[in-house]
Design a binder for this molecule. Structure first.
Ligand SMILES: Cc1ncc(COP(=O)(O)O)c(C=O)c1O
Length: 428
């Protein structure tokens, strides 16, 4: 065996800013406690994965030498034209308008490796160290990690059951302007439908206000809104909201991202973006440096699932399944938590998460008594403090993200029972 060199490896400054400890810790807990019921895992339900649909699509894509070769070859950086045309149709049906009414075409669409890749590309393309991004509190923690990774400063805007509060957003931008730092503001990040982690949907009124506020403070340069619509199609009931993007009449101020991971298959990992014209080149250049195109075969699978109608049939089934699980979690919350004083939770109309707040004196972090008691009782959750951007010390410590994605209805019920018993044991 050759000797391991004694000299250290010098990592880039960026990689020092990138830490994945929370996820690793949760995974490790899962491995060490195999009987633990996981209300933590944000994965999609394994039983809903479209094995037969994917098999059918794959065999159709590979059914002739010509179509097979096309799919098995490299594609283009921006993504297959056929897929982008289908994505445009899909987007038209979500928006309820034709592309010409919307004022866009397929040249503004980019196919990505999940929507996560677009979130990351947007950060890389727009943000220099010290630039500012405004995010809701709580927010999607992987994106918070992307921001840290590029050295962004984050400003947390309080959110309630209607999403990010526009008055607070406006006030924060005013303060930034007073500090003469408006030129550092690049983005306002909004998870517009059934947020991860909070489950809330931004109200229609606020969607419009957020775009107006971005425009109002776009003085020397454009402050962009990054709309993450990852859960848009996982709606179970409640009002149908137009996208934040739809309120941007210029089509130049909102970046829109969506994904087929939650509704079809995260293993296929196809997402897409609708970009302001001016950003298509810079985002594709950056993507060119990274992978010069997402997996072409996977794009062909999604294109086939969309064009044959298989995707939409699958989506109906997925929605029905999650709705039952959402109901099971809410019923269990009612049954086991409603007699615990100071506990409240959000009733989501879609997505995969229920956000629960405990009395302020009960901490939920990995080192907390509650987390230890929960694991001992055989249940795990994501501590709420992980779902905020900014300094750990400033984050609320008494919340939990509970996911109904992976467990069965019985598992959800049992997990909630165990968790409530852990919370009740905090009294003693
Ligand atoms: C809010 C949000 N955005 C984006 C993503 C990224 O998903 P993907 O990259 O699989 O499309 C996730 C995944 O959990 C998410 O919760």
């Amino acid at each position: 065996m050759p000797e391991i060199p004694s000299k250290p490896i010098l990592l880039s400054e960026r990689s020092h800013q990138t830490r994945d400890l929370a996820i690793s810790f949760l995974m490790q807990q899962g491995v060490e406690n195999p009987d633990c019921l996981s209300l933590a895992a944000g994965l999609v339900d394994p039983l809903t994965l479209p094995v037969q649909d994917a098999l059918q699509s794959a065999s159709e894509v590979l059914s002739t030498e010509e179509s097979g070769r096309k799919a098995l070859q490299y594609g283009t950086t921006q993504g297959s034209l056929e897929l982008r045309q289908l994505l445009l149709k899909h987007f038209e049906s979500l928006e309820g308008k034709s592309a010409s009414e919307l004022g866009i075409d397929e040249t503004q669409l980019v196919a990505t490796t999940g929507s996560q890749q677009l979130l990351s590309l947007v950060c890389e393309t727009l943000i220099d160290p010290g630039d500012i991004c405004l995010v809701a509190g709580p927010t999607y923690f992987v994106f918070a990690g992307n921001l840290t990774g590029v050295g962004a400063r984050t400003v947390t805007i309080p959110a309630d059951e209607n999403g990010m509060q526009p008055a607070a957003l406006d006030a924060a931008l005013e303060q930034i302007a007073e500090r003469q730092e408006l030129h550092r503001v690049k983005l306002i990040y909004v998870v517009s439908y059934y947020d991860n982690p909070s489950g809330v949907c931004v109200s229609t009124e606020r969607r419009q206000q957020i775009v107006e506020i971005a425009n109002k403070w776009s003085r020397e340069h454009r402050i962009l809104v990054l709309e993450d619509a990852a859960y848009r199609e996982l709606q179970y009931d409640g009002e149908v909201h137009p996208s934040v993007w739809s309120f941007d009449e210029t089509r130049e101020s909102v970046i829109y991202t969506q994904t087929f991971s939650k509704t079809f298959s995260p293993g296929i990992r196809v997402g897409f973006g609708v970009l302001p014209k001016e950003l298509v080149g810079p985002i594709c250049d950056r993507k060119g440096n990274e992978d010069f195109g997402s997996a072409n075969f996977n794009q062909h699978l999604v294109a086939n699932a969309l064009s044959t109608g298989r995707y939409h049939e699958h989506l109906q089934k997925v929605r029905q399944g999650y709705q039952l699980k959402r109901d099971a979690m809410l019923a269990a919350a009612e049954e086991y938590f409603s007699d615990i004083e100071g506990v409240s939770w959000v009733h989501p109309h879609g997505g995969l998460y229920v956000w629960m707040s405990l009395p302020k004196e009960i901490s939920t972090g990995f080192q907390s008594d509650l987390f230890q008691a929960a694991v001992k009782n055989g249940v795990m959750y994501v501590p709420g403090e992980l779902c905020y951007a900014g300094a750990i010390a400033d984050r609320p410590k008494h919340q939990m993200r509970l996911s109904y994605g992976v467990l069965t209805e019985e598992g959800i019920r049992e997990g909630m029972k165990r968790l409530a018993s852990a919370v009740k044991s905090m009294d003693n």
